[in-house]
Design a protein around this ligand. Sequence first.
Ligand SMILES: *[C@@H]1O[C@H](CO)[C@@H](O)[C@H](O)[C@H]1NC(C)=O
Ligand SMILES: *[C@@H]1O[C@H](CO)[C@@H](O)[C@H](O)[C@H]1NC(C)=O
Ligand SMILES: *[C@@H]1O[C@H](CO)[C@@H](O)[C@H](O)[C@H]1NC(C)=O
Length: 525
Amino acid sequence: MGSKLRCTVVLFLVLGLLTSHRTSAEKVLMFPTPGFYSHWLVLAEIGQALVDRGHTVTVVLPQDLVDARRAERSGFWFETFQDHGTGARIKELIDYNVAMAGQASTSIFHTLEAGINMTGTMTRHCDLLLRDSTLVGRLRAAQYSVVLTEPIFPCGALMAAHVDAKLPNVAVLRYDVYFQDVKATGVPHPLSYVTSVETDLTDQMTFLQRFQNVGFYSLVHVAASVYDGVAREYLGEGVTTQSVMSRTTLWLYQTDPVLDFPRPTMPNMVHVGGLNVREAAPLPKDLEAFMQSSGQHGVVIVSFGTIVKTMESEQIEVFTAAFARLRQKVVWRYTGEKPAGLGNNTKLMAWLPQNDLLGHPKTRVFITHAGYNGVCETLHHGVPMVCLPQFGDHPGNTAQVVARGLGVKLDINRVTSDELYQAILYVLTNNSYRDTAAHLSCLHRDQPQSPMERAVWWIEHVIKHGGLPHLRARAVELPWYQYYLLDVAAFLLAVCAAVLGAVWYSCSFICRKCCCKRENKIKSQ
Ligand SMILES: *[C@@H]1O[C@H](CO)[C@@H](O)[C@H](O)[C@H]1NC(C)=O
Ligand SMILES: *[C@@H]1O[C@H](CO)[C@@H](O)[C@H](O)[C@H]1NC(C)=O
Ligand SMILES: *[C@@H]1O[C@H](CO)[C@@H](O)[C@H](O)[C@H]1NC(C)=O
């Protein structure tokens, strides 16, 4: 009996060794951005993949959000802080901005005021997070191996630095709103062809557009310092958000070279666009029956994302009338009262199994606000798009979709019912969109590993090896005159000047000598 027990123990030990030859269970900390549900979806998907690999994932959230999130993700651990309603206020401001973005009359001052209100509330939120000393104590005691943060919510990185300055930070982002990644990584950022996805500029710009690009970059760069007060208060004099961001170990970009325009990157910047894409699962029976009832004409899918709930009634009329004219069936993600004049071809649903619908063989076109998660799913399944961008990265995503020939763009504030109908018809009937979508889908699928596998591999790589200092380009430390080689240029200029001077001096010396001799000769003759 004793030897049998020993055998079992040895067997378990051997099995344990065999299965734990990869990274052992590690503790991962995450700070989601308040107010943006689509950001949470991405972070939660990464967290879930890490949990599936045996790690423990702890999410830091405001107290009033934790029950909802726990119901969604039972595999995570949660740490909370009291945010005195600032998180909810941030969500309100986002919703308000979205509603305003959908109105043609919104002035630039209004947008600015909303921006100032937003940063004000976010700063208070940050302050409440970093001030919670018992939370800081608990997080310090837990000894995490890595933290995942989003640069759009700088408080995550600030809090992580406050908890443990040596904790490796992995930034997950679509783009850095404040361009702090540029300085942090030292990546070249030529404004002649590298644009922000917050603008609708592409990599091919006229003089005026390049001027606009330079202006946008400079303005936003200045705005980056709004959270420096919090950084100074908790992390010490001289610490800025930029200096904290510059310690980031790894940047996981939700970008994909199939759509995003080519641009320089550094070895610690990794493309993981399409984290959320999956193969389509079968649809519920009634929805499948609806899809099949479309016959040869197929189905148009319509969704304006997780944030957009409030649409002007005139806009709803425009959409309803255009959809009613289509020969296709329409599935529309829509909450609210059933609009008047709704066509009998249109099915309203409060929530869509969007990925499964986009992967369905009957799906012909996706009508969307061009949020990145939806764009990735559409790219993956090879469906053409009609984009009506609203805010954030929607204009840039749309510019990429149009430039790659994957779809067309409409202005949500001005589009008429007939324009919308014609645009949908154009994308449906012009085969170039369908063919391009199929081609780009093939390109996107042809990768050595899925974007999620890549993200998880890199996060575990950081856990195993710490800060990855060997991936940091020296560019980060160089003074500007060395980076632009101004010292070398100055030296070369000096050498050129010296050589030219010497030549000039010798020539004039020789000339004078010759002239003197000739004069002497003339005199002596
Ligand atoms: C900004 O905040 C002020 C004061 O709280 C408020 O009166 C104003 O309506 C807000 N503006 C926007 C655009 O949210
Ligand atoms: C749907 O409406 C169209 C005209 O709007 C009509 O021709 C058609 O018969 C209707 N179909 C059904 C199933 O009611
Ligand atoms: C189809 O769309 C492509 C790309 O926008 C365009 O170049 C082409 O002229 C269109 N063809 C027709 C027949 O409209």
